[in-house]
Design a protein around this ligand. Structure first.
Ligand code: SF4
Length: 423
């Protein structure tokens, strides 16, 4: 079962996993591989919950039992003082059967080669590989896969692929930096938090104003739209609209960004790209991007979408000048814990009230609408369920444990979310 993607030359759908629940959700909804980090400052999402050593071992065992690969991110640029934290992690990754490590720094690469000589090494997008000579040079150093820089066009990727002696992977979805893939010091200067140590505070998304030194508190009207000034607030990458071109490149991996995102984001993005990939493989000639796939991606939080550099350099259309934060239309209402005897047991993730409309995200079929009703908590009927409360309900469908229930946000909810994002 494992490695079937490689045998069939099928690009892996790679999902982020910020914690164990994300890993399980990604696998349930169709990921071929997950990438994750252990706690500490050795990966570029230090703010995510990440994995302990014990969780990593459990995660790898679970993923492998499901035929899914696990890639460990060690993609910071560690200074000398931080290097000493790496050997125990590399040895643990080797001993638990991690399928590859993702590195950016050449020193980390050499450490992996020394401590785990048989471990496949993937080069992070953070290493900014933008030409064929660089691809060859990394191959000579023992890298087996390169996650190309996001700043490449389809034509450039095709050219590099035609000469590449190793596997190539690209990001297809998620947040992007206004700088070259995280090579940015805005957060270091403004917040003393280094983006290249995984601690970016995303100051590129902030609402800036001009203040004259002697007039503190008086903001000059440097406005772009509705009183806001978002000079560097990039939209999110989404290559689904050009999925036919992406698939025709014959890459090894299609990666989704977002180890700080939610289970709902992971389930929706993984399932959507998986459907698109499988549809292409089934019928490349007749492939088209189904409107319902784009609709699904519109239901996860996003800063509006663009196709990055894939169709050529982006212009001002790639910046979201309207607001910081995310477009938010749905949120996670509940997760299925178990089913049986005509009832489903859920764990609420947000408040639920009797009569509320919701949608079951089937991992195997289409989304199905239903209404919360007759909810039971410890034998008593309840009309209101609090977050984290466990309740049961009769359902006209049989979901699988781990599947998610989402709820469309009301107009009032959307305003509240938007205000929270912009305040
Ligand atoms: S501040 Fe913005 S551009 Fe810079 S690393 Fe952070 S997210 Fe990327």
């Amino acid at each position: 079962m494992r490695y079937i993607s490689h045998v069939m030359k099928t690009p892996e759908i790679l999902s982020p996993a910020g914690n164990m629940e994300h890993l399980e959700t990604a696998i349930l909804y169709g990921a071929d591989a997950v990438y994750l980090g252990v706690r500490g400052e050795t990966n570029l999402r230090a703010g995510a919950r990440n994995f302990s050593f014990e969780e990593l071992a459990r995660g790898v065992a679970y993923a492998h039992a499901c035929g899914v690969s696990v890639y460990l991110t060690l993609n910071t640029y560690p200074h000398d003082a931080q290097l000493k934290g790496l050997p125990p992690i590399i040895r643990h990754a080797r001993d638990t059967g991690v399928d590859a490590v993702i590195v950016s720094d050449i020193g980390v690469l050499s450490l992996v080669r020394e401590l785990a000589p048989n471990m496949p090494i993937h080069l992070s997008t953070q290493a900014n590989t933008v030409n064929s000579r660089a691809v060859q040079a990394w191959a000579d150093l023992g890298v087996s896969r390169i996650i190309l820089a996001r700043e490449l066009s389809c034509e450039e990727i095709r050219n590099m692929k035609s000469r590449a002696p190793l596997e190539l992977e690209i990001f297809v979805h998620g947040s992007v930096c206004i700088s070259i893939s995280g090579r940015c010091l805005i957060s270091s200067y403004l917040c003393s938090r280094d983006a290249n140590q995984g601690r970016c505070t995303q100051p590129c998304r902030w609402d800036y104003a001009l203040v004259e030194r002697t007039r503190q508190g008086r903001y000059m009207p440097v406005e772009e739209e509705d009183g806001y000034t978002f000079l560097y607030n990039s939209k999110d990458l989404c290559l689904l609209p050009v999925m036919g071109k992406v698939m025709a490149l014959g890459l090894s991996g299609l990666k989704i960004e977002g180890r700080n995102r939610t289970s709902l984001y992971i389930a929706t993005t993984v399932q959507t790209y998986r459907k698109a990939r499988d549809a292409y493989l089934k019928d490349p000639e007749g492939f088209f991007v189904r409107p319902e796939w784009m609709d699904e991606l519109g239901k996860v939080s996003n800063r509006e979408y663009f196709t990055g550099f894939f169709l050529g350099s982006p212009d001002e259309q790639g910046i979201n000048y309207d607001f910081t934060g995310y477009v938010h239309t749905h949120h996670l209402a509940a997760k299925v814990l178990k089913t049986g005897e005509g009832k489903t047991v859920f764990e609420a993730r947000n408040p639920i009230i009797e009569g509320m409309e919701a949608q079951w995200l089937s991992s195997a079929g289409p989304v199905r609408d239903f209404v919360f009703h007759d909810m039971i908590v410890e034998g008593s009927r309840k009309t209101r369920i609090r977050p984290n409360e466990v309740f049961e309900m009769k359902t006209g469908f049989v979901p699988l444990p781990g599947e998610l229930i989402r709820k469309p946000l009301s107009e009032g909810d959307k305003v509240a979310v938007r205000e929270a994002c912009t305040s």
